[in-house]
Design a protein. Structure first.
Ligand SMILES: C[S@@+](CC[C@H](N)C(=O)[O-])C[C@H]1O[C@@H](n2cnc3c(N)ncnc32)[C@H](O)[C@@H]1O
Length: 289
């Protein structure tokens, strides 16, 4: 009897909430909803909607939907700024010219998905054919489901062994040019040359004189080092650029160096080693004084 009454009450509560006629009911619904939204935002998951809360006789909260189709670490969620893509624009234009396609048709793949800013930024620069999907990169490798692309442009997660996995893929499985935005400490790791393998001799480094500032999406839990605006400058990072053939690399180095020398004031530098970058940055800073 008691159980039946409870059942009746629940039914009534759902009916009242659905009709929106009782402010107390609405308030309680709002509280449930606010609370689930708060918890969802803390965990980077998408909160269920109010309609979802009323879908069955009993109030059953649907299992929270994850924002990403793979495991993530909230400290990894940072998006690359537009200026970083501006700096590699000559590289991407060169690849498009080599392939005899207009920049808007160049197939650029960023396998690591945060919130999709890369597509917007590259589109501003005339590159409209960018693949950046909410799909597990490593599952794609396992399934041999690599999207057709001409170049990889990405900023990987720095946690766990993501960088190692990416380097393994670009140097031994994928014979395509790449531009990887990674912290300078990657090149100082003891195992760096073995990670880079043959690509070690096919690399150029492009570094901004002012370190890049990344943006953490508003839905992410912000650690202390991140400003209210979501902006953060965690490490000095540079583009690690590689072409499978040496001739293109040499042409590219000359071209980038000549652009860098004409910059007034200097904005970025290019070198064949990270040590060389450091030296050129110091020189450019002296020139500024
Ligand atoms: C530093 S962010 C960079 C995002 C974007 N590539 C950019 O440059 O703006 C790295 C992102 O990698 C994503 N990620 C982590 N593991 C992944 C996986 N297995 N497959 C695809 N993306 C992944 C995370 O969601 C994280 O936001």
């Amino acid at each position: 009897m008691g159980r039946l009454n409870k059942r009746k009450q629940t039914k009534e509560r759902i009916r009242v909430q659905a009709s929106g006629s009782t402010s107390a009911a609405l308030e309680s619904e709002a509280n449930v909803s606010m609370d689930s939204k708060r918890r969802a935002s803390e965990n980077n998951i998408v909160a269920p909607t109010n309609t979802a809360l009323m879908q069955s006789e009993a109030i059953v909260m649907s299992a929270p939907r994850r924002r990403h189709a793979f495991e993530t670490n909230s400290l990894d969620h940072c998006e690359t700024p537009l200026c970083a893509y501006e700096h590699i624009q000559p590289v991407l234009q060169h690849i498009a010219r080599q392939l005899h396609v207009p920049p808007r048709q160049l197939r650029i793949w960023d396998p690591y998905y945060c919130d999709g800013a890369v597509k917007r930024h590259l589109s501003v620069l005339g590159f409209d054919n960018v693949i950046n999907q909410n799909i597990d990169f490593y599952q794609r490798i396992k399934d041999n489901d690599i999207p057709p692309h001409d170049v990889i442009v990405t900023n990987p997660p720095y946690s766990e062994n993501h960088i190692e996995k990416l380097l393994h893929f670009v140097t031994s499985k994928n014979n395509k040019p790449f531009c990887l935005l990674m912290p300078n400490w990657v090149a100082r790791k003891a195992e760096y040359s073995s990670l880079m393998g043959n690509a070690t001799n096919h690399l150029l480094y492009l570094s901004p004189i002012q370190p890049y500032t990344y943006t953490m999406p508003s839905w992410n839990t912000k650690p202390e080092h991140v400003q209210e605006t979501g902006e953060t400058t965690p490490y000095l990072s540079s583009w690690y650029i590689s072409f499978p053939d040496t001739a293109t690399l040499t042409t590219m180095e000359k071209r980038l160096d000549s652009i860098a020398k004409r910059q007034q004031p200097p904005v970025w530098v290019v070198a064949k080693t990270v040590k060389g970058l450091k030296w050129k940055i110091q020189k450019a800073n002296k020139k500024k004084e």
